[in-house]
Design a protein around this ligand. Structure first.
Ligand code: SAM
Length: 475
């Protein structure tokens, strides 16, 4: 068979005749109407779907010679060979393209399996095997949807920005939409934290601007980043601002969105998996747990915090950017009334292969963190959920959670100020106090909560005497 010639038709306002009102005729008629065609369906039996579609004219009768006159495209879908023959013969004589649903080999045109992803149309024909074509179409659509195929535009287009939450670091923890927008990007403006492994997969020609990495000890201020996003979009680029975690959780995404809006630059926000929840989860620590903690508070370790109200609020306390001030934070918590024996955990590099968990109490977490050399990025979790993790999961193998999926990684162990290396984790300082907090009848719900922050850039974007470690923690 001669190779067919693929073509995309503009049916807008053009007459399309569908002969046959069954399943196939209904599908073809609706697709033609969706494409703007002026559709007439001729059949003794018309499906309810066709009958109720205001865009489509229906004629409840058998085909009659002359029915296809004036059409641009004809679908013969009766399934009755003699009728389909007559319809197609009339169309051929009138030089009208015709598709014979039951016999692709005797058609002058073929309908491919179609899918649309944004402004991309996928049309697959697979040697006249519709099922094979659909399977292939679905595979291509999935690959496009998940960002596995490059979607970048090469013709001039309007500039825009997407603030994409990249998740805590594991490249599989970005959302499907985030991944797809990355595949469309002309420029990626990235933080130091987040799924940096994905940057290596970007097609050549995609510009990557790292605004999280201190180059010559100079980190861009927030206002410089805002200006950069606006200026790139004004050059007609699609800018993906790839941020760690969720853009709006201690991530200054709101400022970037506001800057784009103020400049009239279209900006989309793609939520992300925040490290505040995902990093503890990856270490097997639920931020809420029935009977243990019903709420949690997320804070920045760099901010000024009213520790008394934080401690008074109870629940789990999750502190980001807290490593460099862990000693001070622990002391503030105790001074604000938190029991020194409250369990605490530091999870470094959560969801990444080198994730490490250090567990102690509020009274011992700072020296313990120092002893094992805790480094950013890390999340500090304070509360009984940490004890729950240790006592409940014990020595059982945990699979499924990101970071805990290796069969050989075991969690647990109690002991007196012991460091129990379990796989690549360090579980430390599990004193009797922690065990007592989760013993039946002795569970105390109500740990800390907080918020603070020195060292974050001031609202005008200028750094406020930030130390190098503070800068690192910002990601
Ligand atoms: C500037 S905040 C950004 C938080 C981000 N918007 C989010 O929702 O996760 C950076 C802090 O997030 C925490 N963090 C981010 N990714 C982490 C990871 N993979 N492991 C541990 N902590 C992480 C650290 O506390 C780090 O200092």
């Amino acid at each position: 068979m001669t190779a067919q010639y693929p073509l995309l038709l503009d049916l807008t306002g053009r007459r399309v005749v569908v002969v046959g009102g069954g399943r196939v005729g209904t599908r073809r008629a609706i697709a033609a109407a969706d494409a703007g065609g002026r559709v007439d369906v001729i059949a003794p039996d018309i499906s309810p779907e066709l009958a109720s579609d205001q865009r489509i004219r229906t004629f409840r009768r058998a085909y009659q010679p002359g029915d296809v006159a004036g059409a641009w495209l004809v679908h013969a879908c009766t399934g009755v060979p003699d009728v389909d023959d007559a319809v197609c013969a009339e169309a051929e004589a009138a030089r009208i393209w015709y598709v014979r649903a039951a016999d692709a080999a005797h058609s002058s045109a073929a309908v491919p399996a179609v899918a649309r992803v944004d402004d991309v149309t996928i049309a697959v024909n697979a040697g006249g095997d519709p099922c094979r074509a659909r399977v292939l179409r679905d595979a291509v659509q999935l690959a496009l949807n998940t960002g596995a195929l490059p979607l970048r535009r090469h013709r001039a287009h309007a500039g825009r920005v997407a603030l994409v939450g990249g998740g805590p670091g594991d490249p599989e923890l970005i959302t499907v939409r985030g991944r797809r927008l990355l595949a469309e990007a002309d420029v990626v403006v990235t933080d130091r934290l987040g799924p940096r492994a994905l940057l290596a997969e970007l097609p050549s020609g995609v510009e990557v601007i790292d605004v999280g990495k201190a180059r010559d000890h100079h980190t861009r201020t927030q206002s410089e980043i805002n200006e950069l996003l606006v200026s790139l979009a004004r050059q007609g680029k699609f800018v993906v601002r790839l941020k760690g975690g969720d853009p709006f959780v201690l991530g200054r995404g709101g400022e970037e969105l506001a800057a784009c809006m103020a400049a009239g630059v279209p900006c989309e926000v793609v939520p992300g998996v925040t490290s505040a929840i995902a990093v503890p989860a990856s270490a097997g620590i639920p931020v809420t747990q029935r009977g243990v903690a019903r709420h949690f508070t997320v804070l920045s370790g760099h901010d000024d915090v009213d520790w008394r109200s934080v401690v008074g609020a109870g629940g789990t306390l999750v502190i980001l950017m807290g490593v460099s001030r862990i000693d001070q934070i622990a002391k503030e918590l105790v001074a604000a009334g938190l029991d020194e024996s409250t369990p605490a955990a530091v999870v470094e590099n959560g969801t990444l292969p080198h994730q490490r968990v250090t567990i102690a109490t509020v009274g011992t977490i700072a020296p313990r963190a120092q002893a094992v050399g805790v480094r950013p990025p890390a999340v500090l979790v304070v509360g009984d959920v940490v004890a729950w993790r240790v006592t409940t999961l014990g020595d059982e193998t945990v699979t499924g959670a990101a970071g805990l999926r290796r069969e050989d990684r075991r969690i647990g162990g109690r002991g007196d100020e012991t460091v129990a290396p379990l796989g690549d984790e360090t579980v430390a300082a599990l004193g009797d106090e922690i065990a007592a907090r989760v013993s039946p009848g002795r569970l105390r719900v109500g740990s800390p909560v907080a918020d603070d922050g020195a060292g974050e850039p001031a609202s005008d974007g200028r750094p406020r005497g930030r130390s190098r470690q503070h800068a690192e923690e910002r990601g």
